[in-house]
Design a binder for this molecule. Sequence first.
Ligand code: G1P
Length: 216
Amino acid sequence: MSLAAIIYNLDGVITDTAKYHFESWKWVSKQLDYKLSEKQNLKLKGIGRKESLEKILKWSGSRISEAQKQHLLQMKNQMYLEFIDTMTPSEIFPGFKKFNSSVKENGIKVAIGSSSRNAIRIIDKLDLVLDFHAIVDGGMTEHTKPEPDIFLLAAEKLQTPTSSCLVIEDSQAGLSAAKKAGIKGVLYGEDKGLKGAQLQIKNWEHAHLDKLNDLF
Ligand code: G1P
């Protein structure tokens, strides 16, 4: 068995959109008379939009109608898109493009697997559309992370068996989704307390393809 495909998460692995999500979810929380902490925002990493709102409603002890939920989700996304639309390729994490090019030069396929329904828009703003063989976002599957659907669809689109794929993730929801899909997971970033990663890449400038190949 050898490494044939890498599936990257987008938010927090290729660019930092967490700060934009935080601002937008803070606004939503304020409408519920609730103050969202940075620590709680970390728990929203990797999970879908609707599921994120449900968590905030639970934390704040709020009960609202389905129509109010839809309204808040719409407002949250509108605010988030205003941030996204200012993004430029300068917001790609340093070293990512170089690393991804070397992966492709070695004949390994690459995809994005993101719970975000805005993934394609962000990739477009970062001018990365042509850098991947497939893109799967939160609007394409029934369930988002921590369920395996997104990664299973990405592997299918890459026509690669899951046993030859590798997922690179910054969140627990993402690592759990990879495990459920039967795909090896690598943690990206400085986080220490996450479970299920076979290796950690602190940043793209210190990433080595050899080390990823060694996992197979
Ligand atoms: C959604 C959630 C967000 C979460 C993200 C994961 O993004 O709203 O909290 O961190 O998925 O990538 P959205 O579809 O709103 O862009």
